[in-house]
Every structure is written in structure tokens, then in C-alpha cells.
Design a protein around this ligand. Sequence first.
Ligand code: GRF
Length: 189
Amino acid sequence: MKKTKAAVFASGTGSNFQAIMEADDLPIEVALLVCDKPGATVIKKAMQFNVPVLDFEPSAYASKAIYEQKLIEELEKAGVEWIFLAGYMRIVGPDLLGAFEGRIVNIHPSLLPAFPGKDAIGQAYQAGVDTTGVTVHFIDEGIDTGPIIAQESVELFPEDTEEMLKKRIQQVEHNLYPKVIRQLLDQNT
Ligand code: GRF
């Protein structure tokens, strides 16, 4: 199977990165991990999987446009065609969006449009909803507002702690993201 080169952008622990790396028969090769938090746990994971890492400190650049230009150059050099955000805590700017139009996807731990932005799991837990979930969506210039590709619900039980809810949401994420990646790439090859 010919694999399409992709980059994963992540800033945190990288459990979704790991799920992507460990998924069977994915039609992508993760050619680059992009991380805006030097020292993040996901970098160690990338090294374990022999995935090249591009880590950078945004504050070292004069503007987002400048560091995104560098990112675009590196992504193109690595032959990357798709970008999968997995806990990348930055808004993607217009240059990067334009360079990979329709090929940047994000995973978010709520049923969007409910609970966009930071700490979506905590927001849902505090709100006391019966059901929350996971959304995979294309990104646009907004915060968690792009077209939805897939969603899966996760029920909240009265005895749940936030930690229990988070665990169940993560299990769903780790299955859903590889599944959606497979579907997207099948449609586009
Ligand atoms: C996930 O919950 C994802 O939905 C959100 O950020 C979190 C990243 O977690 N965008 P991890 O680093 O993959 O464990």
C-alpha cells in the first residue's frame, strides 16, 4: 500500500499520536511530529517511534506568520500532504491553512459545537450534561469551528469523576481518529 506522508501536530502527552502510530494498516506515514512545546512528552514518544521531530518555541519568532512560513517549508521538504492536529494548542494561521487547504484535521474532546476551546472535558463535566463526546473536524480560522467529519458520543454517569470521564473520552479518541484518517485517505486517493 502506498502511504501518504502526514504530519502530526501535538503539544502534550501524545496519547493520540501514539494511537495513530499503533493503528493497523493506516494509509499514512507520519513523516514529522511538529511540537510547539520543547520538552513535551509527545517528543519522547516520537523518538520511540523514530518519527522526526520539529520542535519550536513560538516566542522565539517575531510573528506567527514568520514561524508558520518556516513550518510550511519544513512540511514541504518532508513531503507532507496532510496535517493531523492532536492536542496542538494553537490557532493555525492563514498561511498554513492556505498551504494545506482541506487537509488539516483536528480532534476535540466534546460534541462540537458544544464546549469548544480549552478544557472541553472539564467544561462538560462542570455543566453536568448527560452526554458529551469526541469530534473530528477540518479546521478553519476559528477555534474548533471547522466542518465536522465524525462524532462519537460518550455518556456521563452520576458516579463519574472528571478523571473517569477523561479516560472514556480518550478511549473513544484513540479509536475514532485512526478510523477517520483511514476514511479520509481512502476518499482522497
Ligand atoms: C485530546 O483530548 C484532544 O482531543 C485534544 O487534546 C488532547 C490531546 O491529548 N485536542 P493527547 O496529548 O493526545 O494525550
